[in-house]
Design a binder for this molecule. Structure first.
Ligand code: NAD
Length: 362
C-alpha cells in the first residue's frame, strides 16, 4: 500500500490543524484600515517555492477559511508534484465578498504580506480574483504570477486540462474518448467553467450548466450550454459531472444523487472526505478523476512564467499530457486495487520523497 496521509482537519484549530497534514507555515494577515483579513498557508516547499492562487470568498467563519486554505495549499503540493513542476504547495484566502469588498488598497495591503515571505509563497489568480487584481498585488511584491503581459489568465489552460481529463475518463469508462452526444453537467461557469463549456460544445457534447450568478450562467448558455437549476446539478441523468465551482461537492448528501459514470472537473478539493467519499463513489460505480491532476493546466502555465522564457506552446504541450497522467492513474488503481485519489497522491509523495532525497546529498 503506498504511503498516503489523508486527514480531515475540519474540526481542528491552532497547531493541531497545521501539524496534522504537516503544513510548514500559516500566516494570518489583518489590516483594519483596508478591512483585510487573509490567511496564507504554505504546505510544503521540498520541490520549490509554494505557488498557489489567492481566493476571495464570503467564508462563514475564520475556521471555515482556515479549513479551506489548509486543504487548498496541500492540494497544490500534490498538484505540482504530479505535474512534474519544481514548485511547492501554498494558497491564500481573503475573507470577504469579491463582488463588493475587493479594491486596490485591500489587494495591495495583501501584497505587502506576501512580500514579507520573501518568495517562500508566490500568489496568482483563483476564485474571486482576476488578472487585474494580481496587478494590484504586484505593486507591492514581485512574488506574483499569472500576469497579463506574461502567462496571463491560467483558466484557459485549466479548462483544456479538464476537457482532456474528461476525454481520458470516458476512454476508461466506454473505451472511446469521443464526447460527441455525451451529456455533461458543468457546475460553475466562471473563468474555467466557461472555457470548458466551449471545448465540450465544440466537440458536440450536450452540455448542461448551472451557476449561482445569472449573468455568468447566461454567458455559458450563449456559448451553447443548456441552463439547469441548482437542484438538477446532481440529479439530472448525465454521463459526466464536472464540478467547476467550489470544493466539497462530493459528499454523503450529493453522491447518492449522482447517476453519472465519471466525475472530472476543475474545482479544487471536490471530495469532502478523501477516503470516505472516494470509496462511496467507487461503490456506486462512478469513476473519479482526481481534481489536482485534472486541474493542473493553470499551474503548469504559471510555472512556465516563473521559470522564465514563457512559451505558450510548451505550456500547452505540458497541459495536454494531463490526458496521459489521468490514464496512468487509472491503470495504477487497477494494478494496486486503490482509489484514484490514493494513486494520485502516492505519485506525488514518491516524487517529493525522491527529489527531496537528492537535495539532501548537497
Ligand atoms: P471563478 O470564480 O471564475 O468561477 C467559479 C464560479 O462558480 C463562479 O461563477 C461562481 O458564481 C460559481 N459558483 C460558486 N458556487 C457555486 C455553486 N454552489 N453552484 C454553481 N456555481 C457556483 O473561478 P475559476 O477560476 O473558474 O475556478 C473554478 C474552480 O476551479 C475553483 O474551485 C478553483 O479553485 C479551481 N481551479 C481554478 C483554476 C484556474 O486556472 N482558474 C486552476 C485550478 C483550479
Amino acid at each position: 500500500m503506498p504511503e498516503v496521509s489523508i486527514v480531515n482537519t475540519a474540526e481542528l484549530s491552532g497547531f493541531d490543524a497545521i501539524s496534522t497534514n504537516n503544513h510548514e507555515l500559516v500566516m494570518y494577515c489583518n489590516d483594519n484600515a483596508t478591512g483585510l483579513k487573509a490567511i496564507i498557508a504554505v504546505h510544503n516547499t521540498t520541490l520549490g517555492p509554494a505557488l498557489g492562487g489567492l481566493r476571495m470568498w464570503k467564508y462563514a467563519s475564520d475556521k471555515e477559511a482556515l479549513f479551506d486554505v489548509l486543504r487548498l495549499s496541500r492540494g497544490m503540493t500534490y498538484k505540482s508534484a504530479v505535474a512534474g513542476l519544481n514548485l511547492g504547495g501554498g494558497k491564500a484566502v481573503i475573507i470577504g465578498d469579491s463582488r463588493t469588498q475587493k479594491n486596490e488598497a485591500l489587494l495591495r495591503r495583501f501584497g505587502k504580506f506576501v512580500n514579507n515571505l520573501a518568495g517562500k509563497y508566490i500568489t496568482a489568480e483563483d476564485v474571486g480574483i482576476g488578472v487585474k487584481d494580481i496587478e494590484y498585488v504586484q505593486n507591492e511584491t514581485p512574488y506574483v504570477a499569472g500576469l497579463a503581459d506574461k502567462s496571463g489568465d491560467p483558466s484557459p489552460f485549466t479548462a483544456l486540462g479538464t476537457y482532456l481529463s474528461i476525454k481520458a475518463g470516458m476512454k476508461k469508462v466506454t473505451g472511446s474518448d469521443s464526447l460527441t452526444g455525451k451529456k455533461i453537467m458543468v457546475q460553475g461557469t466562471g473563468h474555467v467553467g466557461f472555457y470548458l463549456v466551449q471545448h465540450l460544445v465544440k466537440e458536440g457534447a450536450i452540455v448542461y450548466a448551472y451557476d449561482i450568478h445569472e449573468d455568468t450562467l447566461k454567458k455559458a448558455v450563449e456559448a451553447g450550454a443548456i441552463a439547469v437549476t441548482a437542484s438538477e446539478v446532481y440529479t439530472r441523468s448525465v454521463e459526466v459531472y464536472a464540478p467547476c465551482a467550489l470544493g466539497a461537492t462530493l459528499n454523503p448528501d450529493t453522491i447518492p444523487q449522482l447517476t453519472c459514470a465519471l466525475v472530472a472537473g476543475a474545482a479544487n478539493n471536490q471530495l469532502l472526505d478523501e477516503v470516505r467519499d472516494g470509496k462511496s463513489l467507487q461503490e456506486r460505480g462512478i469513476l473519479y478523476a482526481p481534481d489536482f491532476v485534472v486541474n493542473a493546466g493553470g499551474i503548469i502555465n504559471v510555472f512556465n512564467e516563473v521559470n522564465g522564457n514563457y512559451n505558450v506552446n510548451k505550456a500547452t504541450r505540458m497541459t495536454e499530457n494531463i490526458y496521459n497522467t489521468v490514464l496512468e492513474i487509472f491503470r495504477t488503481c487497477e494494478e494496486q486495487s486503490i482509489l484514484p485519489q490514493q494513486a494520485a497522491m502516492a505519485l506525488g509523495d514518491k516524487r517529493i520523497r525522491e527529489v527531496g532525497n537528492i537535495r539532501l546529498y548537497n
